[in-house]
Write a protein that binds this ligand. Structure first.
Ligand SMILES: [Zn+2]
Length: 357
């Protein structure tokens, strides 16, 4: 190659540029972009906000995305704070920040894309010439996901429920497992995820990706947001993107495999729920998790729901009304070692522990 022994040339710098259809961000530059992914009924552009921070030093390209479901807000704040606070002068690599992917859903404060109720997070990698959801997914995927080396997609529980901060990841894939472990959550739920989800389709396109689930829809939950920011810094340390950060160990961790003990406890009666335990609670086999009562609170009609095994409440109902078959809580079993570690931690910080999950 001509000039290969000389000082780094413009051509070398160009190799590390982040390019997308219509633009580029060179090393040592940051850019806030509004990128068109569709058009409204009025023919106006539907544009997603994107921040690209291209570090002064070469390294991996990492995407952080949120609000594929338009009412799941916690991740928006995580991605916004990363985009605002991190500087290209500190980075070995590039950050691609996508705080709001499902713009129509976000504007309506709805989970799905409005009108046809399409799930953007079942529409990846998307396709040109297909449905509006797939076209949007395609524009996001080709421009901002495929050029990356790894990624984190932030979600919350569905409206009316809440969950502990946890990671969902295909732990059979070593690069995904490395990413999942680096995020420093207590709980990792293993599995490849449904087809059409960003994490599964990105991972299959050689961009190892995990989902982070945290809290409830329609809220900013500061403690969860801070813990997620710690997780992001830990991932960036693990992959050498930010060398001043350290990989963070959460104190204890459990990986829930597909065949491990776990269940969504469902209501067998319709009624009003009195939930006794919150997200992050450790419950013993036979312990009462909640009761379901009729409008008159008649004693004869009280349904008591007990834990079928000792475990951790990862997700739980917030809106206290159920039809038969509605989920009450997501309970996962724990190994004896994990249970001991968790109990030790809880004795130390007894009063606050549930709230901090
Ligand atoms: Zn979601």
């Amino acid at each position: 190659m001509v000039g290969s022994t000389s000082e780094p040339s413009d051509a070398d710098a160009m190799d590390d540029a982040f390019t997308y259809n219509g633009g580029r961000v060179d090393p040592g530059e940051s850019a806030n972009i509004r990128y068109g992914i569709s058009e409204t009924y009025l023919g106006d552009p539907v544009r997603i906000p994107v921040t690209i921070i291209n570090g002064e030093h070469p390294g991996p390209t990492v995407f952080l995305s949120a609000a594929a479901h338009g009412d799941e807000l916690n991740g928006i704040e995580v991605v916004r704070e990363v985009a605002h606070d991190w500087d290209h002068s500190d980075l070995h690599g590039t950050l691609v920040c996508l705080p709001v992917m499902n713009v129509p859903g976000f504007l309506a404060q709805e989970r799905y894309l409005p009108i046809y109720d399409r799930d953007l997070n079942r529409s990846f990698p998307g396709r040109e010439g297909s449905t509006s959801a797939r076209r949007m997914a395609h524009r996001i995927f080709t421009n901002f996901i495929e050029p990356c080396d790894l990624g984190i997609d932030f979600h919350t529980s569905t409206r009316g429920r809440t969950n502990m901060l946890h990671v969902r990841a295909n732990m059979d894939d070593p690069s995904v497992a490395r990413l999942a472990n680096a995020f420093s959550s207590h709980v990792i739920i293993a599995g490849e995820g449904p087809s059409g989800t960003l994490r599964r389709e990105a991972t299959e396109a050689d961009v190892p990706t995990v989902t982070v689930e945290m809290g409830e829809a329609h809220r900013f939950q500061r403690k969860l947001i801070d813990r997620a920011l710690t997780g992001v810094a830990s991932v960036l340390a693990e992959f050498g993107v930010h060398r001043e950060s350290a990989v963070h160990w959460p104190g204890w961790r459990t990986v829930i495999a597909a065949d491990d003990e776990k269940t969504w406890l469902r209501a067998d009666a319709g009624g009003i729920v009195d939930m006794k335990r919150g997200r992050g609670a450790l419950v013993r086999e036979g312990e009462v998790i909640c009761t379901i009562t009729n409008p008159f609170k008649e004693e004869d009609d009280i349904v008591t729901v007990e834990a079928p095994f000792t475990g951790l409440i990862v997700g739980v109902l917030e809106n206290p009304v159920v039809y038969p078959g509605n989920p009450l809580c997501h309970l996962v079993g724990l190994s004896p070692d994990t249970r001991t570690a968790l109990e030790n931690e809880r004795t130390k910080t007894e009063s606050q522990s549930q709230l901090r999950m």
